[in-house]
Design a protein around this ligand. Structure first.
Ligand code: NAD
Length: 354
């Protein structure tokens, strides 16, 4: 593994720690991109990486993304991310989770963790045995916290409606054709919310049974996962993988809008420019998918203040996502710049790096 400051994704990160705990077998990277606005918050990814350099790349890239996401969501928190390097069998033990909790605790509140890919609420409960700097813990009815997925889906639903109003001039989703890639926690939630509003849903997942089940439930159509990107639709909503928008896939898009929850959708920043050149309205991923971090960060901040956090405050903040997108799209139109570049510039300004 090369030194992290020679990595292409190195972006003046404030702190990057490699943690190895021999007794439990834990190997983890904790990256703090920025604490300009508050403690660096972002989930922990549990993943098997073929090469450690892949883990470092994820930690650097995802922590920077969290700085941008948290700043643009108006949250008083900075950006960080952790990755735990699993073996090829995906072994994750209670001792590893506790050792990871100790590593988070050692940062004395400069980093706050939560769920990411490969992590569950139960994992957060295990980590919380060793540190208070964790969120995404089970919530009581009416309180913020718990699984961020449904809140992320809610923000994307609001964002898609704003995009349809902005680009297509429609104030209803009735008959609007939306192709949803990924039928998991986020994609499934988005599809269900849109179906209730009368949208025509096309859904796809590499787990074909999952797509079929969702299509039957909401009265939509399931298509093969490799077909969904080229499906004729008004909105393409990526809710599965990152780096899904590249030269090849952008050429195949047959839609007016791209708006979905997957992190790091653009393979490279210039792919935002390609969407712009094709006159496809793009909702920057880290702006539209902030609902989950809004939920768990408010849970954390309220707990630090010793009070419960009303779920209505979470809902009110998520309802501000369309307004932020509108500001970005307006600036994009006024400046003739792609929306991802406009959003990045706004985020950099907010974290003191303008
Ligand atoms: P999930 O694991 O619940 O669902 C992902 C789904 O995508 C699975 O059903 C999987 O089979 C499917 N999938 C994987 N590769 C695919 C492919 N090539 N084509 C079609 N389907 C494919 O995950 P999730 O929590 O719904 O997260 C989805 C995306 O949203 C991820 O990129 C994640 O980083 C991002 N995200 C999630 C949250 C959250 O709160 N869960 C917040 C922000 C961003």
């Amino acid at each position: 593994m090369s030194a992290f400051w020679t990595e292409p994704d190195w972006d003046e990160h404030e702190r990057v720690e490699v943690v190895h705990h021999r007794a439990s077998g834990l190997t983890a990277i904790i990256a703090l991109h920025s604490t300009h606005l508050g403690p660096a918050a972002g989930g922990t990814r549990f993943w098997h990486y073929a090469e450690p350099s892949g883990a470092m790349r994820d930690a650097l890239r995802l922590s920077r993304g969290m700085s941008f996401k948290n700043a643009m969501a108006g949250l008083p928190i900075g950006g960080g991310k952790a990755v735990v390097l699993l073996d090829k069998d995906g072994t994750k033990t209670p001792a590893m989770l506790e050792a990871f909790g100790d590593a988070v605790e050692a940062l004395a509140g400069r980093y706050v963790t939560a769920e990411d890919v490969g992590a569950s609420e139960a994992d957060m409960v295990a980590i919380a045995k060793r540190t208070a700097h964790v969120c995404g813990l089970p919530a009581l009815e009416g309180d913020a916290g718990g699984d961020p997925g449904p809140f992320t889906a809610m923000g994307i639903y609001h964002g898609i409606k704003a995009a349809v109003a902005h680009k297509l001039g429609k104030d209803s989703m009735q008959g609007v054709r939306v192709a949803v890639q990924g039928c998991g926690s986020v994609g499934g939630g988005v599809a269900r919310l849109l179906a209730k509003d009368g949208a025509d849903l096309i859904v796809a997942d590499i787990d074909g049974g999952r797509a079929q089940a969702l299509a039957s439930e909401i009265g939509g159509e399931a298509v093969e996962s490799d077909m969904v990107i080229g499906t004729a639709c008004d909105v393409f909503s990526p809710n599965a993988l990152g780096a899904i928008l590249d030269d090849e896939s952008i050429a195949r898009l047959d839609c007016a809008i791209v708006a979905g929850g997957a992190n790091n959708q653009l393979a490279r920043p210039e792919h935002g420019r390609q969407l712009h050149a094709r006159d496809i309205l793009y909702a920057p991923d880290y702006v539209i998918n902030a609902g989950g971090i809004i939920n768990v960060s408010l849970e954390y901040l309220c707990r630090q203040d010793g009070k419960a956090c009303d779920i209505n405050e979470v809902r009110q903040r998520i309802a501000q996502i369309p307004g932020r997108l509108q500001t970005i799209w307006d600036a994009s139109a006024a400046q003739g710049l792609p929306s991802n570049e406009v959003a990045d510039a706004m985020a950099m300004e907010l974290i003191g790096r303008g």
